[in-house]
Design a protein around this ligand. Structure first.
Ligand code: HEC
Ligand code: HEC
Ligand code: HEC
Length: 90
């Protein structure tokens, strides 16, 4: 029984992965942000770094999430854009 449950969970997980765009563009007055989602998935290998509640839309995604979670990781890893113009392209 346990095996059946985990196979179903895996199927849902894979389906979710297939539906996320490789690259996402967040339109923004301050300059659009192009986010290489697939690159982050492969590089970080941990969905929970961004998806606390599992894959899919992120509740409350926007400026605060971006400037805390996205920029915060780039700062602590000393990799990835941290300047406004590094993410926001006009
Ligand atoms: C570096 C951050 C980050 C990581 C790591 C990450 N994601 Fe995402 N993901 C996002 C963002 C940002 C969105 C867009 C959120 C929104 O629009 O609410 C998103 C959206 C998605 C979506 C919804 C796509 C849509 O169009 O509705 C799925 C599914 C998804 N991610 C799956 C995954 C899986 C599976 C993993 C791990 C293998 C993963 N993500 C890792 C940041 C990340
Ligand atoms: C847990 C760590 C982490 C999080 C969270 C994270 N990133 Fe990154 N990001 C990185 C690292 C590490 C790199 C550098 C990759 C490289 O140089 O190859 C990077 C690179 C980038 C780049 C440059 C891509 C390129 O091809 O040069 C962009 C743009 C970017 N991130 C946007 C975002 C956005 C937007 C979010 C939030 C939705 C985000 N990142 C969240 C770790 C993270
Ligand atoms: C790591 C990438 C990253 C960096 C660095 C960054 N931003 Fe953002 N910013 C984002 C993302 C992603 C969003 C949310 C995108 C969305 O909701 O359209 C956002 C949202 C915003 C918004 C809200 C705009 C709106 O239409 O709601 C403003 C204003 C903003 N950023 C200004 C700045 C300024 C000023 C800086 C430099 C001090 C900066 N950002 C640095 C990624 C970044």
């Amino acid at each position: 029984m346990k095996k059946v449950v985990s196979a179903a969970a895996l199927a849902i997980f894979c389906a979710a992965t297939a539906f996320a765009a490789d690259t996402m563009v967040f339109e923004n007055k301050n300059g659009n942000v192009t986010f290489p989602h697939k690159k982050h998935q492969e590089m970080l290998k941990n969905c929970k770094l961004c998806h606390e509640k599992g894959p899919g839309k992120i509740e409350g995604f926007g400026k605060d999430f971006a400037h805390t979670t996205c920029k915060g990781c780039h700062e602590s890893k000393k990799a990835g854009p941290t300047k406004c113009g590094g993410c926001h392209k006009k």
